[in-house]
Ligand binder design. Sequence first.
Ligand SMILES: Cc1cc2nc3c(=O)[nH]c(=O)nc-3n(C[C@H](O)[C@H](O)[C@H](O)COP(=O)(O)OP(=O)(O)OC[C@H]3O[C@@H](n4cnc5c(N)ncnc54)[C@H](O)[C@@H]3O)c2cc1C
Length: 458
Amino acid sequence: MTTPPAPFLDEIIATLGADSVVGDDPVVVRPRSTAEVAAVVRSCRDHGVAIVPRGGDTGLSGGTDLPVDRSAIVLSLDRLDLIESVDPDRWTITAQAGVTIQALQEAATGVDRKFAPDWGARGTATIGGAIATDAGGNNVVRYGNLRDNVMGIEVVLADGRIWDGRRALRKDSSGYDLKQLFIGAEGTLGVVTSAVLRLVPATPYTQSALAAITGLDALMPLLALAHEQAPAVLTAFELMPDVAIERVCSRYAVTHPMPNRAEHHLLVTLASSEPVTDMLTAFLHAGSRAGLITDAAVAATAEQESSLWFFRDEIPPPRAYPDHHAVGLKLDTAVPIDRISEFVQRVGALAATLTPGAHCYGFGHVGDGNIHMMVLPTDDGAVDDFLERKPVLQRAVDALVFELDGTLSAEHGLGTLLRDRVEPQKPPVEWDLMRTLKAALDPADLCNPGKMLPPVQS
Ligand SMILES: Cc1cc2nc3c(=O)[nH]c(=O)nc-3n(C[C@H](O)[C@H](O)[C@H](O)COP(=O)(O)OP(=O)(O)OC[C@H]3O[C@@H](n4cnc5c(N)ncnc54)[C@H](O)[C@@H]3O)c2cc1C
C-alpha cells in the first residue's frame, strides 16, 4: 500500500480534526457521524484514495486487508457506536454501524425482545461488518442470516452521497430492494453507516442439550426429528466433533461435558416463550429410540447452558488453535443439507491422503447446511510440509464443493481469501452482472478494491 498523498491527509484533518486520523501504515480514519463518513469518502474520491471499511476486524476472509498497489485508508466505524432507537412496538432497533452484536442483543433483551443473530465473536463484531458479510451464526436455522434480519440501511455511496433507506416496513414492493445489494457486498459498493434491524419475540425459556450421535449419517434424520418434536422452536443445531471439544478441554483444563463420548456430538437449542423441557426430552428420546443418539447431557441451569455454549464458541480454529490456525485450510462451506455427511467424509478422506498427519475436523451450523471444515498442522515441525501440500488439497476440496453444488462462503464472505477460487461456482453471466453493478456504483473502484469479485481473466 502507498501512503495517501499529504494534501488528502491535510483535507481530512481540516474536516475531522487531528484526533480522527491515527497511524501512518496504514492510515486509519475514524469519523464520528454519517456526515463525516460522507466527507471522508468525498475526499477519497477527489484524491483517488481507496477506502477499506473496518468494523470489529473479526472477519475471517481477509476483507480488511489493504490493497498493495495503491494508496488507501482504513475507514474505521468504531466511533459510530450509537444505538439510535429501540422500538418494541415496531419490533425494530436502529443502530449505527459500529455497534457490536452483543450490545444489540442486550438492548433488545432490555425491552423484552430478541435480536436473533449470534456467534462467538459477538462482543467485537459490529453490525456494519455483519451486514457487509451477510453474517450467519448459531441461530440461522430459525432466524436466517443477517439478510433476513435487516429492514433498512443507510449507506454512504462511492460518490459521497448518503442514501438513507432506513425504513421499518415488513412489506414494500415498490421497486428494487436496493438494501440487499449492499448486504453481503463486503464494502465494495459503499459504506454502511446505520441500519434498522428486526426484533423477534423474546425466548425466556431456552434449553440446550449436547447429544453423542452415532455418526454423520444421523444428522439429517435428527434434524427432521427435531423439527417434528419441537416445531418452530429449534434455534440451534450445531455439529461439535469430539476432537475439537477435546482440544478446548486441554487448552482450558476443563472436564469434557459428555461422560460417554462419541466421535461426533450435536448441540441442540430450543427456545420459546413457554417451557421447552418436554420437547427437548421428547426429541432426545426419539433420537435414542431411532438408534441415532447414544447419550446426552441436558443443561438444567443457565450456568450449564452457557458452559455447553462455551465449548461451541471455543472450537473455531482462531480460539482452539491460536498458534497454527493461520496456515490451515479453513472452509466456510455450505452444501445442500442432505450432502453434509458426504461432504465431511470426503474432505476427511482427501485430507488423509493429501496432507497426512494434519488435523481435520468439521464443525458448525449443520442445521442450515453450513459446515466449517478445518485442516491444519498441530505442531511447528509440521508447518512447512503442510504448506507445501496445502494447495493440492485446497484445489481438490474446492472442486468437491462445486461438484456438490455448494458454496465456498456461506457466511464469512469472499474477501481476498476466496476471491481467486470462487469463479467456477457461478456462471459467467452472474459475475458479469456483479461487475456491472460494481462499475455503475463505484466506477473509480474506490470501495474495498480487490475484494470479493474474481479478477477478470485476460
Ligand atoms: C471466533 C469467531 C467466530 C466467528 N463465528 C462466526 C459465525 O458463526 N458466523 C459468521 O457469520 N461469522 C463468524 N465470524 C466472522 C465474523 O465475526 C463476521 O464476519 C463479522 O460479521 C465481521 O464483523 P466485523 O465488524 O468484525 O467486520 P470486519 O472484520 O471489520 O469487516 C468484515 C468485512 O466487512 C467490511 N465492512 C466492515 N464494516 C463495514 C461497513 N460499515 N460498511 C461496509 N463494509 C464494512 C470490511 O471491509 C470487510 O470486508 C467469527 C469470527 C470469529 C473471530
